[in-house]
Design a protein around this ligand. Structure first.
Ligand code: SAM
Length: 291
């Protein structure tokens, strides 16, 4: 019978037997709560035809219940010490492909195309804190045929993903998430359900990618450059932030802000995605006219 990986005792014994001390810098806080695990699996809602990509399987706690219900599962783990552990805990399942590597350095679209023959992909992960933002910036704009993303993240990151203009959590991650998907914070998760316990709270977020982005712009890279510049220093006015990236400096930024129908002292944190799109198109048109 398969080991109960949500049992802290089993987990400790398994790690000790493989001589592994968990690494904080890799966010190695493993789930040890059967109920939370079941709730996460219910949100992923694996169907027998589903292809699932799991990031960071750890010892396979989430991997196994997902793989039991789906067609095939591909999982990418950075820590080479966990590979023999996974080979042991996932033994006997022939629908799991285990890849050793850094998800940030992996060509995820190519890998999924190869493993899943271009079929739609669901993503599930209990993500380390350091990975959340770079992973989102990598995956959401990618060409992966994404069905959904179910992500356990630090609560602060979850709040940033679903934040609205004017709130303190609002920023580039909120705008990226909104541009590509509809996101919801599903439930909070306390530190007590992990081994070892992290110092922070977590939350489960569910993202459903949009069929087409929430706003239309001529150049997506320019939109995100404008967004990045606007949040680089939160207390700066938009005129100052945009002035730094425009050839015409702050006077040109002021003209663009006026042309967008916004007050002169507007800050990035007040702008909706639609307003960022308007600003981006105005900047794009200037660069086209200058060309
Ligand atoms: N899925 C397991 C669970 O829920 O118990 C483990 C989750 S643990 C929070 C994060 C896992 O991601 C660890 O196994 C860690 O080694 C792995 N990891 C960290 N950085 C990674 C990266 N860049 N690419 C792939 N895996 C990574």
């Amino acid at each position: 019978m398969a080991a109960n990986l949500t049992s802290p005792r089993t987990l400790r014994e398994l790690l000790a037997r493989h001589n592994i001390r968990l690494k904080k810098k890799l966010g190695q806080n493993f789930l040890v709560d059967e109920n939370v695990l079941a709730k996460i699996v219910a949100v992923v809602d694996p169907k027998k035809e589903d292809r699932i990509l799991e990031v960071g399987p750890g010892v396979g706690t989430l991997t196994l219940p997902l793989a039991r219900r789906c067609h095939s599962l591909l999982t990418v783990e950075i820590d080479p010490r966990l590979i023999p552990v996974l080979e042991e805990t996932l033994a006997g399942r022939d629908n799991i492909t285990l890849v050793k590597g850094d998800i940030l350095k992996t060509d995820v679209s190519a890998l999924c195309r190869k493993e899943f023959s271009g079929k739609p992909v669901k993503i599930a992960a209990n993500l380390p804190y350091y990975l959340t933002t770079p992973f989102m910036f990598k995956i959401l704009p990618s060409t992966l045929p994404l069905v959904s993303l179910t992500l356990l993240v630090q609560r602060e990151a979850a709040r940033r993903m679903v934040a609205r203009p004017g709130s303190k959590d609002y920023g580039s991650l909120s705008l990226l998430t909104e541009f590509y998907s509809r996101a919801s914070l599903v439930f909070p998760v306390p530190p007590t359900v992990f081994f070892p316990r992290p110092e922070v709270d977590s939350a489960l977020v569910f993202l459903k990618p949009r069929k087409k982005p929430a706003v239309q712009v001529s150049r997506t890279d320019l939109l995100f450059r404008v967004i990045k510049a606007s949040f680089q220093q939160r207390r700066k006015t938009l005129a100052n932030s945009l002035g730094d990236m425009l050839q015409g400096g702050k006077p040109q930024a002021r003209e663009i802000i006026a042309a967008a129908g916004l007050p002169p002292l507007t800050r990035g944190e007040d702008l909706s995605l639609e307003q960022f799109a308007i600003i981006t198109e105005l900047i794009y048109n200037i660069s086209e006219n200058d060309a």
